[in-house]
Design a protein around this ligand. Structure first.
Ligand code: F3S
Length: 65
């Protein structure tokens, strides 16, 4: 699985890096960033899905493959 943030949609709600701090960080203005390559280890997939489901702007893609 891989995660991605659509920066045009992100409004800085911060749920991603609160809920899944291993996968997401924040930039200087509080917008979400993907840590590293965005590749999600199998054990972290629930976190990735949780973050995607809780982004109010639906800015997070968590895609298989
Ligand atoms: Fe942005 Fe959504 Fe995270 S709005 S900061 S991607 S919870």
């Amino acid at each position: 699985m891989k995660v991605r943030i659509d920066s045009e949609r992100c409004q800085g709600h911060g749920r991603c890096y609160d809920l899944a701090p291993d996968l997401f960080g924040e930039d200087d203005e509080g917008y979400g960033t993907v840590l590293g390559s965005g590749e999600v280890a199998a054990g972290q997939e629930p976190e990735a899905r949780l973050a995607a489901a809780n982004c109010p702007e639906r800015a997070i893609d968590a895609e298989n493959g």
